[in-house]
Design a protein around this ligand. Structure first.
Ligand SMILES: *Cc1c(COP(=O)(O)O)cnc(C)c1O
Length: 402
């Protein structure tokens, strides 16, 4: 059966507007479309393909587990899930793990756990959840409401209640909002969708201290920042601030859907049997792949390599900007970088992304003013150079079209 981009408009719900070309295979940081045209991938499936496409070790993990056992449900446990949970707890502050299938579901679990914890320990009145403007936490109704972008949460009728927002990096506003009624604070330790915004050191420390003062749980959403992306296994490790609950997904599966919520034994004890669950969460196939991802990423050489690749990106992007004057700054950390458009190009991130696709480079945007790169953490230097040469042509195309 012949299918094309036009088929999308015929048979798919129109909530997405994908690019004109249809990718059919990938290898490392290169992708080929239906016409066998080759692309360099700086999008990484939105910070997911942490080891590129079809990494041989992940393919073999998938094949090995695929011939053993795919799915059981949580009526039974399984070896890959138990091994992955052991490795996650060994590598982080956490002592307990809950598996889900996506970032939104990991966050949904975190928020439900925080509410349970507060109600069990402190009573019904301690139910306020604070989150940050421009934050993104997923698309379920609870997580989209906690997220700080009205465009995603409005227009679906009554929302879950007791959720408040303030500006990221504004400690005074946060201090004014938090109280003993706050049960949890959810934040990204590096805002991704909102524009690749790093937290100030005093801000994160202040948030942690105020959570402690008011007995509120601090939830770090590391769905985008986690699993080596910042050059630390998790971004919190580079900030010197430890959350009470951490969520991880995207890169964790390297392209196979999985999410996880990590926490302490004490907090976890409030999700007693029957309080929450998922049919697929922690299924052996997903966990076998994620276990291999973690084994590969959680090595000093790989994590240091992320910072070396960041330096190469910054050097070459700086040279492009010297020539064309389109960015105010390149921000972010590791393999999660954002080129912030200057005054002259406000609102035009999408134009740059489209021009990049025309030059056979896949990249992303983060809002209307930031071009986002979230490539594989092991992208070869050669692919960075060739990809950024294509990006330079895309920048030239936008600049010269004016
Ligand atoms: C992508 C993302 C999510 C949602 O993850 P899904 O797997 O799409 O549900 C949640 N939080 C952050 C920070 C994200 O970047």
């Amino acid at each position: 059966m012949k299918v094309t981009r036009a088929t999308f408009d015929d048979v798919m719900v129109p909530n997405y507007n994908p690019a004109g070309m249809v990718p059919v295979r990938g290898e490392g940081s290169r992708v080929w479309d239906q016409n066998d045209a080759e692309y360099i991938d700086f999008a990484g499936g939105i910070a997911v393909n942490v080891l590129g496409h079809c990494h041989p070790e992940l393919v073999s993990a998938l094949k090995e587990q695929g011939e053993k056992l795919w799915h059981l449900s949580n009526v039974f446990t399984n070896e890959p899930a138990l091994r992955l949970a052991t490795k996650l707890t060994d590598a982080t502050f956490a002592e307990k793990v809950y598996f889900a299938n996506s970032g939104a579901e990991a966050n949904e679990a975190a928020l439900k756990l925080a509410r349970r914890w507060a109600i069990d320990k402190h009573g019904e009145d301690k139910n306020q959840i604070i989150a940050f403007n421009k934050g993104f936490h997923g698309r379920t109704f609870f997580t989209v409401t906690v997220g700080g972008q009205a465009a995603y949460s409005d227009g679906f009728g009554p929302k879950p209640g007791a959720i408040e927002h303030c500006d990221y990096n504004d400690l005074a506003a946060f201090e004014a909002l938090i109280s003993d009624k706050t049960c949890a604070v959810m934040m990204e330790p590096l805002q991704g969708e909102g524009g690749i915004i790093l937290p100030d050191a005093e801000f994160v420390k202040g948030v942690r201290e105020l959570c402690d003062k008011h007995n509120a749980l601090l939830i770090f959403d590391e769905v985008q920042s986690g699993v080596g992306r910042t050059g630390h296994l998790y971004a919190y490790m580079g900030l010197g601030v430890t959350p009470d609950i951490l969520t991880t997904a995207k890169s964790l599966g390297g392209g196979f859907p999985i999410g996880a919520m990590l926490t302490t034994t004490d907090i976890a004890s409030h999700l007693k049997p029957g309080t929450h669950g998922s049919t697929y969460g922690g299924n052996p196939l997903a966990c076998a792949v994620a276990e291999r991802v973690l084994d590969i990423i959680n090595q000093p050489e790989v994590l240091q390599g992320v910072l070396k690749k960041e330096a190469l990106f910054r050097e070459l992007l700086g040279a492009i900007n010297d020539k064309y004057q389109v960015f105010d700054e390149v921000r972010g950390q590791g393999m999660l970088l954002g080129c912030v458009l200057n005054e002259k190009y406000q609102g035009r991130a999408k134009d740059f992304m489209t021009a990049a696709t025309n030059e056979h480079l896949m990249c992303l945007v983060a809002g209307m003013n930031v071009i986002r790169f979230a490539p594989s953490l092991v992208i070869p230097d050669e692919d960075i150079k060739v990809g950024l040469a294509r990006f330079e042509r895309a920048v030239a195309a936008v600049v010269n079209a004016d």
